[in-house]
Design a protein around this ligand. Structure first.
Ligand SMILES: Cc1cc2nc3c(=O)[nH]c(=O)nc-3n(C[C@H](O)[C@H](O)[C@H](O)COP(=O)(O)OP(=O)(O)OC[C@H]3O[C@@H](n4cnc5c(N)ncnc54)[C@H](O)[C@@H]3O)c2cc1C
Length: 493
């Protein structure tokens, strides 16, 4: 038995794994408890029929946040991970077949913009300045700081006002860019973290700058290689990861977290607990017996949750070499479609899609001569009234037909493996409130101090990491939520 102070981490998403590494570096004896049969959470890996499918994140930005974790263990990430920068980052395809190659190369970007509207080149330069300002505040001054007091909010408020954080991302972009298609190109980023470009705070325009400064990368072997790399770090620190270990309750003694009870009845004691489970589920399920002052069930029920996703993973027995690694296929409707998803919460007849073809970069993810894909469609969360049992196959077939008619000709005759993920899976597999794919929606009233804090307001020695806390969803966000622990958790004695 180790005499070191013990820390339990519930959940092995990127936030949980990063938290475990940081606690290990602080000297804790760390145990990660994961309900699924393998680590990764949304970054779980499906292997079937010779194909490897990353279930979720594939766009790796801010690689230095990952490198820091290796450095904390005295290691070099490049010894374990082969990260490749992509160019272009994304190809954005419009309904009329035109496309925009989005990259980090300023001159190439200006040429692309000029193809659509030469007058917007100058506006793009001004947009970059605005997004750089937001990056300086949002990324450098907000991301790694715990927003446990409203005073911290007030301190950065003047700078945020100066950077126009009160606008929406689309509102900010529209100030500088006039062409309707280009407005879509520069405003879609919040969708990558579950936000509606028309209501997500303009702070998220920093993503454009983050990509430009640090690139968009892909881990060879898939995002799963990063998960394996992180679990290796935890084990090298003496920590352990237990899969098939769902937590039923967080044990609270005298107002402080002192361990957990597993579904199988086992009790594990610890000096502190970090929850990487969805923040709403942490309070509603894992602290159901605890009287909470701030995050009561009714407050959580009134909160706004992000959209969900419909994801179809499929493999083909041929390659589609014209299709780039990341393609965003925007439909004819933009604002109205987003209204259907976020406000009306109905399943529209049309969609915008993100098509992932990892085998464009790494052929080892599919059998020889084959391609691995996933296509995702943003859909309403389970506040909507969609019967996914009934709709899923029909919706998949419609998407397959769209892909067949556009970028993947004759698709239906080449599919050799297939699987689906619907909002029900987010709720049942990952315990996400309302089946939201990205936790609480990133709107101003649910940002920084207004999000569930990283240091629980309701239970001492309980910390929260991952998409549902500060700063929010996406790999840079959840890895940063773990970095906040450096400020909050004392070194192990
Ligand atoms: C399809 C998809 C594509 C995405 N693409 C990108 C992308 O390209 N780039 C990007 O940066 N971001 C992307 N994101 C967002 C990003 O993946 C997530 O924000 C991030 O991975 C969430 O990490 P997390 O730390 O919140 O943990 P999660 O991944 O949500 O993991 C939480 C873990 O906790 C476990 N758990 C829950 N309850 C319990 C319990 N009671 N006991 C034990 N374990 C429990 C769950 O099983 C899960 O493994 C994508 C998301 C999705 C869904």
């Amino acid at each position: 038995m180790s005499s070191r102070a013990k820390a339990i981490v519930i959940g092995s998403g990127f936030g949980g794994l990063a938290a475990a590494v940081r606690l290990g570096a602080k000297g804790y004896d760390v145990t990660v408890l994961e309900k699924l049969d393998a680590p990764g959470g949304r970054a779980y890996v499906y292997r079937q029929d010779g194909f490897v499918f990353d279930a979720g994140p594939t766009i790796v930005t801010a690689p230095f946040l990952l490198e820091e974790l290796w450095t904390l263990c005295g290691r070099d990430m490049s010894d374990d991970i082969d990260l490749r920068e992509l160019s272009p980052y994304y190809t954005i395809r419009f309904d009329d077949g035109s496309h925009f190659d989005y990259s980090g190369d300023d001159e190439a970007m200006k040429r692309e913009i000029a193809r659509f509207n030469p007058a917007d080149v100058e506006g793009y330069e001004r947009f970059l300045k605005a997004s750089a300002k937001l990056y300086d505040i949002g990324f450098d001054q907000l991301l790694h700081v715990s927003f446990d007091s409203i005073g911290k909010m007030f301190k950065v408020l003047p700078k945020l006002v100066d950077a126009q954080f009160y606008r929406s991302v689309h509102g900010l972009v529209s100030r500088y860019i006039k062409d309707p298609k280009l407005r879509r190109v520069f405003s879609f980023h919040p969708l990558l973290i579950g936000g509606n470009p028309f209501s997500a705070t303009a702070v998220y325009a920093l993503i454009a700058q983050l990509e430009r400064k640090h690139g968009v990368h892909f881990a060879m072997g898939g995002t799963g290689a990063l998960v394996t790399g992180l679990t290796g770090l935890i084990e090298s620190q003496g920590g352990q990861i237990r899969c098939n270990a769902p937590v039923r309750q967080i044990i609270v003694e005298n107002g402080a977290a002192r361990g957990v009870a597993l579904e199988n009845g086992e009790i594990l004691k610890s000096d502190l607990v970090v929850s990487n489970a969805d923040s709403a589920a942490t309070y509603k399920r894992l602290l159901s017996d605890h009287k909470r002052k701030r995050w009561t069930d009714s407050k959580l029920d009134r909160a706004r949750y992000s959209m969900s996703l419909f994801v179809w993973y499929f493999g083909t027995d041929r390659r589609y070499d014209d299709v780039p690694h990341h393609m965003i296929m925007l439909g004819d409707r933009y604002k109205a479609l987003l209204d259907d998803i976020f406000a009306k919460k109905i399943l529209a007849d049309d969609y915008s899609l993100y098509l992932h073809r990892p085998t464009a970069t790494d052929t080892s993810l599919a059998p020889e001569g084959c391609d691995a894909f996933y296509v995702l469609s943003p859909v309403p969360n389970l506040d909507g009234n969609v019967d996914w049992e009934e709709q899923a196959e029909r919706y998949r077939a419609r998407i397959a037909s769209t892909l067949s008619q556009t970028v993947l000709p004759d698709l239906k005759n080449h599919i050799v493996t297939s699987r689906l993920l619907t909002p029900i899976d987010f709720r049942e597999r990952l315990f996400s409130e309302r089946g939201a794919a990205f936790g609480l929606e990133p709107v101003l009233t649910q940002t920084a101090w207004f999000r569930p804090h990283n240091s629980s307001e309701d239970v001492d020695d309980l910390y929260i990491v991952g998409a549902g806390t500060h700063p929010g969803a996406g790999l840079p966000g959840v890895i940063s939520s773990a970095k906040v622990l450096d400020e909050l958790v004392p070194d192990a004695s």
